[in-house]
Design a protein around this ligand. Structure first.
Ligand SMILES: [Zn+2]
Length: 293
């Protein structure tokens, strides 16, 4: 059995279970015109785009830059959710703003329900794992990204079966491109190097890019760091020159307290990219440059 097929089995089983339970069967009985699949946020959209290349795109619910941690959905978002055959999201642990609309929606499929991804616990600002939690930023792990495309291909195939062979070919192509990119990045940075982060959103890229967290400024990018945490970072800096990865621009006053420090801006939802693999590669390369220069 080839590996693509093997990895498709589990999501298919999940979907079949949903179908048997009657949860989505009503939607499958709808008319035969091209069915709309909606996806929650930008990283899910990029992965969906990789799957649907050459066929109609999915509809994205959240705005670029809004991964779903905060906020609420608009009436037009609610309508898009209702009008979709399937709505694919990660789940309440990530898109908190969609939970009210999607948690009990009969057409919603949460990726976190699939038993198919590498998962790590959240970490405190000193980088220690917090027991009983899950870091929801799973898409930055290349193996998870590939698994998400496989699950999306199953979902898109149920919605629009006429494109099944295209979806499958695209998934295979995505895996090959992702694997090659990871190999290239690892070739250029072979030792594991420490970094700081404002909000701990990049844990899933660490293994593939050979980097290791040495502490965060704050548990959330909307919360200012505490003076005690700035002191802790300075007292525990693993190398003199550090790199801090941020979601946006960090104030000069704050950076002055952590010198010598370089920064790189990496949006957690990858909305600065049009393509998942090249966006992932750029993120890995820019973080590596920040750490090594
Ligand atoms: Zn985040």
């Amino acid at each position: 059995m080839n590996s693509v097929f093997h990895h498709l089995l589990r999501p298919i089983t999940m979907l079949k279970r949903l179908l048997i339970s009657g949860v989505v069967s009503g939607f499958l009985a709808l008319s035969a015109q091209a069915a709309t699949v909606s996806v929650s946020n930008y990283p899910m959209f990029l992965l969906s785009e990789a799957v649907t290349e050459g066929t109609p795109s999915a509809n994205r619910i959240l705005q670029a830059g809004d991964v779903g941690h905060h906020g609420s959905v608009s009436p037009s978002d609610m309508k898009a959710i209702k009008d979709s055959k399937f709505v694919v999201w990660f789940g309440p642990a990530l898109e908190n703003s969609l939970t009210g609309s999607l948690q009990n929606a009969p057409n919603a499929i949460a990726m976190f329900d699939f038993d198919a991804f590498n998962r790590y616990p959240l970490r405190d600002v000193k980088g220690a794992p917090i027991e009983g939690t899950m870091d929801p930023h799973i898409w930055l792990d290349p193996e998870n990204a590939k698994a998400i495309t496989r699950a999306l291909a199953v979902i898109h195939s149920h919605a629009n079966p006429e494109y099944t062979s295209t979806y499958q070919a695209n998934v295979k192509n995505f895996a090959e491109r992702m694997d090659k990119t990871v190999a290239d990045v690892q070739q250029s940075s072979q030792t594991v190097r420490p970094y700081w982060v404002y909000h701990d959103a990049y844990q899933y890229i660490e293994k593939a890019t050979h980097i290791k967290l040495a502490g965060s400024l704050s548990p959330d990018h909307h919360i200012s760091p505490k003076a005690s945490q700035l002191r802790w970072l300075n007292e525990n800096r693993p190398t003199n020159q550090m790199c801090m990865v941020n979601q946006g621009t960090v104030s000069k006053g704050l950076l002055a307290k952590l010198q010598p420090v370089k920064t790189t801006i990496q949006v957690e939802d990858m909305s600065s990219s049009k393509d998942f693999v090249s966006g992932w590669q750029t993120m890995a390369q820019q973080i590596n440059q920040c750490i090594t220069s």
